[in-house]
Structure formats: C-alpha cells, structure tokens
Design a protein around this ligand. Sequence first.
Ligand SMILES: C[S@@+](CC[C@H](N)C(=O)[O-])C[C@H]1O[C@@H](n2cnc3c(N)ncnc32)[C@H](O)[C@@H]1O
Length: 241
Amino acid sequence: MLTNHVEVKIDVARYWDKRSESYDNSPSHTGMPEVWKQILSSIFKKESRILDIGTGTGFLAVLLAELGHEVVGIDISSGMLKIAKSKSKNSKISFNLGDAENLPFADNSFDATICRHVFWTLPNPDKALSECYRVIKNGGKAVIIDGTWNSSATLKIKSFIGKLGIAVTERRNPWKRYPLKSPLRELSVSSYANMIRDAGFKRVYMHDLSWLRKIIVEKSFFHRLAWSSKSYFILEAFKEV
Ligand SMILES: C[S@@+](CC[C@H](N)C(=O)[O-])C[C@H]1O[C@@H](n2cnc3c(N)ncnc32)[C@H](O)[C@@H]1O
C-alpha cells in the first residue's frame, strides 16, 4: 500500500530539517571525500547529467560537480538544501525541493541517478525506484549506495555509551525516532537487488563497500559502539529498453 499521506512527508521533512543542523558532523556523512571522489570517478567514467536523489547537504552532488558532471540535487527538506546550496557555487550544480517518490522531471531526462543512504528513509521505496527508472534515459543507470543497517550493538550498555558520545561530539539526539517505520533498514543486498529488478532495471551489479565503512567507523569510537551494519554496498542498475 502506498503511503503518500501529506502528513507523513511533512513529518519526514521536519525531521530532516532539524537533523540538518548537525548532519555534517558525522564521519559517515562527510568523511573521506577523496576516497568518495575516486569511487565516483570509477562509476561515472564519462561526463553525465546526474540526479542526486535525497541529496541532503549535497556531499556527493558537490563531488560529482567537481568531477565535471552536470548535477541536479533534490531533497524533501529545505533545511538540508539550505546547507547544500551554501557549499557550492559551481555552475554545474543546482538544488531543488522535490519528492523522490514523485520526481518533478520528465521521462528519460538523466543519464543517471544516484542515491546514498536514502531508501531506508522513504515510506514507498518501490515507488522511488520506479521514478528513478522513469527519469533515466535508455542505457543509463541508477546508482544506489546503502547498507543493511542496525544489526545493532549486542550489548545495550555499549550502544548507550556510543550514543551518549555521539550526542556530545555531534551535538544531536541519536535517540530521536524516525517518523515512519522503515521497510528497508535491514534489507539484505540480494533483496535490494530484487526490488531494483522489479522496478524494471535489467542488469544489477553489486560492489562491496564494507572496507570503506570499516575505515570510517574505525575513525569514530562512538559510532563503533553505537551501531553496526551487516553490509555496505553500491548497486549499479542499468535501464535497457
Ligand atoms: C540519510 S540522508 C542522506 C543524504 C545524502 N544522500 C547523503 O548521502 O549524505 C537522507 C536524505 O533523504 C531525504 N529524503 C527523505 N525523504 C525524501 C523524499 N521523499 N524525497 C526526497 N528526499 C527525501 C532527507 O531529507 C535527507 O536529506
């Protein structure tokens, strides 16, 4: 059943507006930009028009524009977008308010879409995947960077200390609940790939990124205590009509 209720989206946007104030303090969000740039270079070998869906504070969008791509970043949160806009004066990049589940773009208008850490935040991720498929040109691809989250610290006390540390170092409330129950937080990579195929994509490739997650988490003592992820990956899915 589709959850398109305006109230849900308003709550989600409010959550991210508030979260925007501290979002960039986390190494999971803004850490290792040079490594990310290399990863993006290997995924996008020729100049492309790329839609960054749920761009947040624009971390990947800015890197992609620096690599010479034309980038459009969209997000449901004006708070996140305000920070994204403040980061880039690059003429190859633009940021717009928009819903991943109802993309405000014509069919076949992008060479690629990219989406990092977004699908778990959506009430209808399958609708967002169909929208990706619709706006990508034939021969283009969707790039999804995500993980199987929240296998969680086994010891409650460990998790509590980690979150306490995050509350202090990142100046945010890590106990704040997300406004909706996410269908995708704990989805395995193979189930993810099946969902992507269901949206119409033909070839789906998985690239393991757990090595990067390990480095990022190693750098952050409190993150290591508070959370763990079972897997971290890039899924590259091609539209071939
Ligand atoms: C975990 S953040 C990821 C941000 C960014 N992609 C990154 O990698 O740092 C999730 C983002 O998805 C956005 N978002 C949530 N629901 C959305 C929707 N329906 N349409 C567009 N963006 C959405 C949030 O506002 C937030 O900026």
